[in-house]
Design a protein around this ligand. Sequence first.
Ligand code: ADP
Ligand code: MG
Length: 331
Amino acid sequence: MLKRPLALIAALLLILLLSWSLRPRAASDVSRTALIMGTLVEIKGVGLDDKDMEGAISDAFDAMRREEARFSTRIETSQISAINRAITAIEVDPEVLAVLQLGQRISRQSEGAFHPGLGRLLKLWNFEAVSPRVPALSEVNALLPALIGEPVAISGSAVKRLNPDLQLDLGGIAKGYAVDRALAVLRAAGIESASVNAGGDIGLLGGHAERPWKIGIQHPRKTGQLLATLELRDRAVVTSGDYERFFLQDGMRYHHVFDPRTGFPARACQSVSVVTATVAEADALATAAFVLGPIKGLALLERLPDVEGLIVSATGEVEVTSGLKDQIRWR
Ligand code: ADP
Ligand code: MG
């Protein structure tokens, strides 16, 4: 028989309390945002203690700012601005070389639908203006001849524009590349679980702790509503839509993804989401498929290995690549 039941209960309670407080704690998400490349970027990480995670996230943001400094056409000292001013070949960083090579490859694969040389056209349409307007047809047409053929010649680490009337703009790929760089920094810091979202350019490291990451695909016509969700690990997901940056004139929607053949916003899609290994590729391919439209765009995504996607046509029909059909949840 126990003489001191109260003491025993107290001891048991103490053990219980100790084991509770010493239990391996489920790591919580650390989430931070920063404004980079004109976009609100959110980085979420799991697994490190808060202080180390904050340090790694801050380094990842810095890596993205370095890419912005290389690629932005709004920054006069960027290497892209230097190529745009020069008439001779310019030595560039390996990062610029890698993105230009990828851009040219996707340009070829999409028969020029993705075109890294739309700088003049984008300036003419000037979406940054307080009240953007449709430019004169003659002004648009004057810019089209320079868009035929390869935009740049690459020799070693030197890059030269092939047409003096052409201006590079890497806006359809550089943000994705910057997200890839941020992921590389997080990975090097020992993080196995993270997501980087730069306004719809999403890169994922591992899963979300034990589970896959759940990624919502925005409905292109129902603001704030999801069209579908995807469960993914270690993937890039990028959506290009006509609802992100646009203005209305005479009841028409003019948005920021251009058909290089017409010099006007591409009309065949409302949105395209691409799932693949790197965010840079997903970014450029989403733009390419958007311009190509649901039939040719779907064919491009199906043809490329390790690439999947979802296309919403101009009339709202949804096309999905064969490899994604079983993974998608409709909302
Ligand atoms: P966001 O910047 O909203 O994520 P996208 O990834 O869809 O948009 O790319 C749109 C940007 O890509 C434009 O702002 C412009 O800089 C550039 N761009 C537009 N049309 C094309 C095109 N046909 N090929 C390559 N880049 C393009
Ligand atoms: Mg893009």
